[in-house]
Design a protein around this ligand. Structure first.
Ligand code: ZN
Length: 166
């Protein structure tokens, strides 16, 4: 098997994947109406463990990848919680565990939080990534790979038509 047939840095890779978390399917490209995903590898666009697992695979290969938090979304950060008084919550937000809300941080960037707990007159908000602290199980299948063009590498993304200047 020639080395260039295997996934390497700066390849455009097309994969199907199914992500299972705590024995439940979290996300999958294989359902009805779903399309495989395509991305440029070696740019840090994927979580580190998934990108690492793809290196060396070839078209048609399937693989199970088991990733602890350190190779996925990191551990839960205790500093990414905030306690807010119920009366300071936006009125349209139902005060129930698991409800997601968008807020702005000090720089005006949108951050997504979730209600972790409602207790007395206070609400505990969690701004960690929903998969922080989780172990992830991916089933991946490589459908296609090709070397990225110089332009794609410069831009840091895949072009639908590699000949076009997107
Ligand atoms: Zn571009």
């Amino acid at each position: 098997m020639a080395a260039e047939e295997r996934v390497q840095e700066n390849d455009v890779v097309t994969i199907h994947y199914t992500l299972t978390v705590d024995d439940e399917i979290w996300d999958s490209t294989e359902g009805e109406f779903m399309e495989p995903i395509q991305f440029l590898i070696g740019q840090g666009l994927l979580i580190p463990g998934l990108e690492q697992a793809l290196y060396g695979m070839k078209v048609g290969d399937r693989r199970h990848v088991h990733l602890g938090p350190e190779l996925a979304y990191g551990e839960v950060d205790e500093e990414s919680f905030a306690t807010v008084r119920k009366k300071d919550m936006p009125q349209e937000v139902p005060l129930e565990e698991g409800v997601e809300l968008e807020m702005s941080d000090d720089e005006g960037d949108v951050i997504i939080g979730r209600i972790a707990q409602v207790k007395g007159d206070k609400v505990l908000l969690d701004f960690n990534h929903p998969l922080a602290g989780k172990t992830l199980d991916f089933e991946i299948e490589v459908l296609d790979r090709r070397p990225a063009t110089e332009e794609e590498i410069t831009h840091g993304h895949v072009h639908a038509d590699p000949e076009a200047h997107e």
